[in-house]
Design a protein around this ligand. Structure first.
Ligand SMILES: *Cc1c(COP(=O)(O)O)cnc(C)c1O
Length: 368
């Protein structure tokens, strides 16, 4: 018998393997469904930008070549979009890749990472692979950020603090004022990762946004992704905006070809598609109005949504998600500390109506 635990790095056996949910195809077969509506991963119901699709087609015949390891074309496009120079931009195989790179760059065993709770699970995953300890700081009861408690959780050992705005899965924002307060309160040795994956969906003028002040702060890393607003989750492209000195270290850890040729071209093209971006935002705004109104009308409590998803209290989240699954609607539940809640991603007008009807049926059954 192999003694795996002697071979495998300490801490690895404690990591819970990521268990992917059923795919829509699997679900369709399992329950003999005609149609499955996928509202469980905050994807863009409009699909990718037509400009991205065209760029992908054009790139296919060059796939015998390695990608540009420096992703120059894409980094230039991103830099231009944000009014920065390309040394401020690092691209990754999704933001997940960048979160792992930041973990590998900064964390050693027994270092500390501070995260609000609940939030996106990849931050803790990155800490776990490096054997760093995660300090979870509960959000306020209304799911707003408890910036004072976050600052209090920081010690000498803290290397990274993650803030996701709008926060996944609660949909609540970090305000500009809170961000400024925190940056003043936090010591110099803490890298502040601000994950803005959903920020372009929010129309709340109090939300924290990319700004010259943030770009100038050497501790700040801003994360963006092409997976949500740009509808390119399947291609895997995310990016970090940060100080060139910080990125120079992250670049030493990065695989040379971490973003593939097709992804580089498609993401650069998507960035130029203002129509697609506007339509994606408008659809999310419609989703927000729809679910907030409908939930209020049937007495379901929902958190005001700032992203392209909404958190709804149904009583038993997992039971609700399972019932909806049988009706062909995939939503998410089972977030730690959120047993009573489900997270619904916004779909098309029709998908949202089907989902809401299924939700009403399911909650009426639960309470019957
Ligand atoms: C979806 C999501 C991302 C994007 O991840 P990718 O790896 O770029 O697909 C990043 N942060 C949060 C909070 C998310 O929910």
């Amino acid at each position: 018998m192999m003694e795996w635990t002697k071979l495998v790095r300490p801490g690895i056996s404690d990591i819970e393997p990521y268990v992917p949910g059923l795919t829509d195809d699997e679900l369709q077969k399992l329950y003999g469904l005609k149609r499955v509506i996928k509202l469980n991963a905050n994807e863009n119901a409009l699909g990718p930008s037509p400009l991205a699709i065209e760029a992908i087609r054009e790139e296919l015949s060059t796939l015998h070549h390695y990608p540009d390891g420096g992703s120059e074309l894409l980094r230039d496009a991103i830099a231009k979009f944000h009014g920065l120079s390309a040394e401020h931009v690092l691209v990754g195989n999704g933001s997940d890749d960048i979160i792992k790179l930041l973990s590998e760059t900064f964390l050693e065993s027994d270092d500390e990472v501070v995260v609000p709770s609940p939030t996106f699970s990849q931050y803790s995953f990155g800490a776990a692979i490096m054997r760093a300890n995660v300090k979870q700081v509960p959000l306020h009861a209304d799911f707003s950020f408890d910036v004072e408690a976050l600052a209090d959780a920081v010690t000498e050992k803290t290397k990274l603090i993650y803030l996701c705005s709008p926060n996944n899965p609660t949909g609540t924002i970090l305000t500009q004022e809170e961000a400024e307060w925190l940056l003043k309160a936090l010591p110099e040795h803490v890298v502040v990762v601000l994950d803005l994956a959903y920020n372009d969906y929010s129309q709340n003028d109090r939300r924290v946004v990319d700004s010259p002040a943030l770009f100038a702060d050497p501790r700040v890393v801003l994360l963006h992704t092409f997976s949500k607003l740009y509808g390119l989750a399947g291609l895997r492209v995310g990016y970090a905006l940060a100080h060139p000195e910080l990125l120079a270290f992250v670049n030493r850890v990065r695989e040379p070809f971490n973003v593939n040729r097709v992804a580089q071209r498609a993401a650069a093209a998507a960035l130029l598609d203002e129509d697609h971006r506007r339509a994606s935002r408008a659809l999310a705004a419609e989703g927000k109005r729809f679910y907030e109104t409908q939930c209020a009308a049937v007495g379901l409590f929902a958190v005001p949504a700032e992203g392209n998803f909404i958190l709804v209290r149904t009583g038993d989240g997992v039971a609700t998600a399972n019932e909806l699954m049988k009706m062909g609607v995939m939503i998410r539940a089972g977030f730690s500390g959120l047993a009573e809640w489900v997270r619904i991603s916004f779909g098309t007008t029709e998908e949202n109506e089907i989902c809401m009807n299924a939700l009403i049926q399911s909650t009426q059954r639960q309470h019957a």
